[in-house]
Design a binder for this molecule. Sequence first.
Ligand code: SF4
Ligand code: SF4
Length: 438
Amino acid sequence: MNRPSVEFHANLAADEAALGEPQRVAGAMRAFTREIGALSALRLESCVHCGMCADACHFYIATEDPQYTPVLKVEPFKQAFKREAAAFAPFFRWFALKPQVTADELERWQHLLFDSCNMCGRCSLICPMGIDVAELIEQARRGLFEAGLAPKELYEKAAHQRRTGQPEDSSEPYRDRLLAIGRQFNVEMPIDKPQAEVMLTVPRTDIEHYPAAVAALARVMAHLKADCTFRSDGLIAENYGYYAGGRAWQREISLRLIEQARACKAKVLIVPECGHAYTALRWEAAELIGKPLPLKVRHITEYLAEALADGRLKLRSADLGVTAFHDPCQLVRKGGVTSAPRRLLHAMGIEPRETTRHVGFNVCCGGGGGVLDIERAAPLRYRVVEEKFHEIDATGARTFLTSCSDCRRTFDDGKQHFNWQQTPRSLLELVAEHLQGG
Ligand code: SF4
Ligand code: SF4
């Protein structure tokens, strides 16, 4: 038998996995269709094909390839709904008005829904008909997950995180790693306190690549004299269930953090410099869990800006020369966190030189939404990041900052690839370096 041209991940039942490719494709379509609401499919009917969303999407901008037009990425959605679930579905099938989906097509959908979408929301912002294309793409990701078609890297990390709380095995438990970072940077790591006002989480990206950012978080919280703790059973901020489209897994991963916060009676849960973790916890967790969260969720940038406003945080001037700042799309477009980073910069005497497209209209780094983890997506991602580099270079900035570890990592990876001259830096680390009296 020929090898299937599309890779189904392991959540298919053994009997399904033993089926031939046409049956598996049919099963995948049924699972995909179950996730599609009629309302979502019909929303697409209001599209007037103006093409404005194409000009909003960095994957289209970087390649000018029409397949990356956002609304066309959700075309499978319409096709599957019309063929499988709409009122006239039998009619569409009998007269072959919507051709049967093939394995090759499923593979193309994986590419369009996962490799070439960061769920950044820029297309939704720009659509004159108010179609939330990004939300539809998220929904279609869920359909592909249910169909056994999430990319392997995301599926495996989501499964691991659901089981263990961390997305993959590490050479040492993250708790030990955290304590080692504390020793390395000479800062106390509050961990597993039975009770605390504030629970802290960390990005796995920082634990593995940017330990100074982890130390900066602890240092800043100590400076604020905040009653806070990390929890070894609820440490990692990223939610791979969200990236992979596994809704139930996303819920479990969020719930683990909320339960840990509840166990230590925290009133605030801090999401560190990670954009999608913020969306998953601040905007999606309550809906998934089915009740209001028992605490406030704050991105560290928001938390620090609040501390600045109430006088607890005092910062010294930083001499960085011309500085540019990259707004993580999840913070500005989904969270409206636009002024907080600029207030922090201002307090250090920095007025950022804005890129042409900035704040709510800023263009994504290209790595968010799990794209950075998908190996085969790298060549396309580089084309996107190259565009960003041109935009940042055009500001003439000597220093380049952001407040999301995955953005930072995407830029760092691009830097290696293109030998870019800038080194992306963390806003949180900068704050920790400029604490008054620190
Ligand atoms: S959400 Fe962002 S990456 Fe995805 S299609 Fe829209 S603009 Fe493109
Ligand atoms: S911007 Fe909106 S109306 Fe225009 S093509 Fe895209 S989805 Fe359709």
